[in-house]
Design a protein around this ligand. Structure first.
Ligand code: NAD
Length: 441
């Protein structure tokens, strides 16, 4: 089927590439001409494992094209996917400016029946708004339908998730539109759940809010574990073995970040507020997360007294491993706090440094390797559990570091192993380890 995808960010590009991989003829449209040039040349503007290969393959077989020209992209499309950003406004509400622009644009180019598919995460009722805008701006009486098809991919696993997701949600108010979406998605072989428009929109927010709640819950438990000498890793394992609870999203750390959980939790509070519903549970989830992001620097302050003049190596900047996305990354809060406290920060990330330069303070310096960052450092801060960070050679690092002290926000290392090494080790929800020599005071 001929499909247009508007917006080629993390969601739109992965969607477009994967739809072409299952046999559709896809044109991806973006207003950013630089991005479009890169993509035409077979280069993905984002880091996402496996994406480049699939992209190139489908460009070469002629099923995947890119353009800045909306009209050309929409031509003969049976479905137009909207995958533009819905960033947060200052008050936490979702900014629908890009959604509105695309809706008007689709209206103006409507020539024959099309299904408009909303992939972007949008507040309940937004698909109605899209429909109203198209009705208002269309230049002739061409019929169309609007369908909600929220996206559940995880950055860093997005290509895998497109082919192995748990469900595809289709929210529609008529059978014809739902049937077209089913036909498009059938080759993925993923269970399809059909519902109405409002429920589909709500499923996305409710899912993200629930996952964020799980994270804040285990983080709150981790603080209790520290005070009561329990080990949060074991507690989470023991809890997760109960099928009613499940083991995923029970990893204690320095809190969630990224482009979805922070913005979607705030937006859901606003959505609830609009119908005079106080979502106190979700407000606490956000409070716990804000507190959690500051925990590691507090541990360092407790340990050193003052951080003034100390060299701190920060390992991992992206909001999670296997992505270059820096949106709402904990590293923004942590490096800010370290610099405020007078520390010198040298940071390392295998992929996200270019994006980090755009959003971290200018005082932050960057290293090309873990070893370079660790050279002469008074402490290591671990903020993202990248493979090469989890597997770094601690004996080798020991030779370069000034004081062998680690503040680990992602519980990368086994406590027993750390007890055998010559490090002081502070992690989340577990007792500190004073290493073999215990002399660094
Ligand atoms: P993004 O910011 O990475 O990408 C948005 C893209 O849209 C940009 O490339 C931008 O240039 C383009 N764009 C803006 N206006 C346009 C227009 N008028 N015409 C064509 N292109 C236009 O955003 P993202 O992370 O891909 O998120 C998109 C949506 O999907 C958001 O609503 C988000 O909440 C949701 N979502 C994101 C994720 C994720 O992990 N990133 C997961 C699920 C859902």
């Amino acid at each position: 089927m001929k499909i247009a995808v508007v917006g080629t960010g993390y969601v739109g590009l992965v969607t477009g590439v994967c739809l072409s991989e299952i046999g559709h003829e896809v044109t991806c449209i973006d207003i950013d001409s630089q991005k479009v040039e890169m993509m035409r040349a077979g280069q993905s503007p984002i880091y996402e494992p496996g994406l480049d290969e699939l992209m190139l393959k489908n460009i070469q077989n002629g099923r995947l094209t890119f353009t800045v020209d909306h009209e050309q992209g929409y031509r003969n499309a049976k479905a137009i996917y909207i995958a533009v950003g819905t960033p947060p406004n200052a008050d936490g509400t979702a900014n629908l400016q890009y959604i509105d622009e695309v809706s008007i644009n689709i209206a103006k180019h409507l020539r024959k029946y099309v299904v408009v598919v909303t992939k972007s995460t949008v507040p309940v009722g937004t698909n109605d708004r899209i429909r109203r805008m198209i009705l208002e701006y269309r230049e002739n009486e061409v019929p169309f339908d609007v369908v909600s098809n929220p996206e559940f991919l995880r950055e860093g696993n997005a290509v895998h998730d497109a082919f192995h997701g748990d469900r595809i949600v289709i929210g529609a108010d008529n059978d014809r539109a739902a049937a077209i979406l089913e036909e498009i998605n059938r080759p993925f072989g993923i269970p399809i759940f059909k519902t109405d428009l409002y429920s589909a929109e709500m499923i996305k927010y409710a899912s993200n809010a629930f996952l964020a709640t799980k994270i804040s819950f285990i983080n709150e438990i981790s603080s209790l574990c520290e005070k009561l000498n329990a080990n949060v890793e074991d507690v989470a394992k023991g809890m997760g073995m109960d099928k009613r609870i499940g083991s995923q999203f029970l990893k204690a750390g320095i809190g969630y970040g990224g482009s979805c959980f922070p913005k979607d939790t705030k937006a859901l509070i606003q959505i609830a507020g609009n119908v005079e519903h106080e979502f106190n549970l979700l407000k606490s989830v956000i409070d716990v997360n804000n507190k959690q992001q500051k925990l590691l620097v507090q541990k360092a302050k407790d340990r050193f007294g003052s951080l003034k003049g100390l060299n701190i190596a920060v390992l991992g900047l992206a909001f999670k491993p296997d992505t270059d996305d820096m949106r709402e990354a904990a590293s923004i809060v942590v490096t800010d706090q370290l610099i405020e406290a007078g520390a010198q920060v040298i940071a390392y990330d295998p992929i996200a440094i270019d994006n980090a330069r755009k959003c971290l303070r200018k005082e932050v310096q960057y290293a090309a390797s873990i070893e370079e960052a660790a050279h002469n450092a008074d402490a290591l801060f671990i903020l993202t559990e990248w493979f090469d960070i989890k597997n770094m050679d601690l004996l080798e690092i020991r030779k370069r570091i000034k004081q062998p002290i680690i503040f680990d926000g992602r519980n990368c290392f086994d406590l027993q192993r750390m007890g055998e090494l010559d490090y002081e080790y502070y992690s989340i929800g577990r007792s500190p380890i004073m290493g073999r020599k215990k002399q660094y005071v």
